[in-house]
Design a protein around this ligand. Structure first.
Ligand SMILES: [Zn+2]
Length: 121
């Protein structure tokens, strides 16, 4: 009877080890995923900072004096806005309201494309 209990204990211990191994593997995958995501966010952040600096720089040197005219947006402004968004999309970022500013990871986004089509049309 005692031998049987010992065998049960060993098998139980083995099962626990397997479970721990599995949890450890899951944890490793999770950490790898987090590192990947962290790098993507850093890249994204850097890119957005640069874009923001570019946009701020453009605003400091307005090409028109009519910018105080509230409620009226010139066709030129719309064109520039579209170009910026189209460039952002070309550079691999979402410009749609669903995922704005996040990486497209090389995939085309239907939201972005239809948004850009609307802006262009
Ligand atoms: Zn998108």
């Amino acid at each position: 009877m005692k031998d049987r209990n010992f065998l049960d204990t060993v098998m139980e211990f083995e099962q626990q080890l397997e479970l721990l191994q599995q949890q450890y593997n899951d944890l490793k995958k999770y950490v790898a995923h987090m590192v990947e995501e962290h790098q993507a966010i850093q890249t994204e952040n850097l890119h957005l900072r640069r874009r923001l600096e570019e946009l701020m720089g453009e605003e400091e040197n307005p090409t028109q004096d009519e910018t105080t005219n509230t409620g009226k947006v010139s066709l030129l402004d719309i064109g520039e806005g579209y170009d910026n968004l189209a460039r952002l999309y070309q550079e691999g970022f979402h410009v749609c309201h669903v995922h704005f500013g996040s990486l497209r990871k090389g995939e085309d986004c239907l939201f972005c494309l239809s948004f850009l089509n609307k802006q262009n049309g």
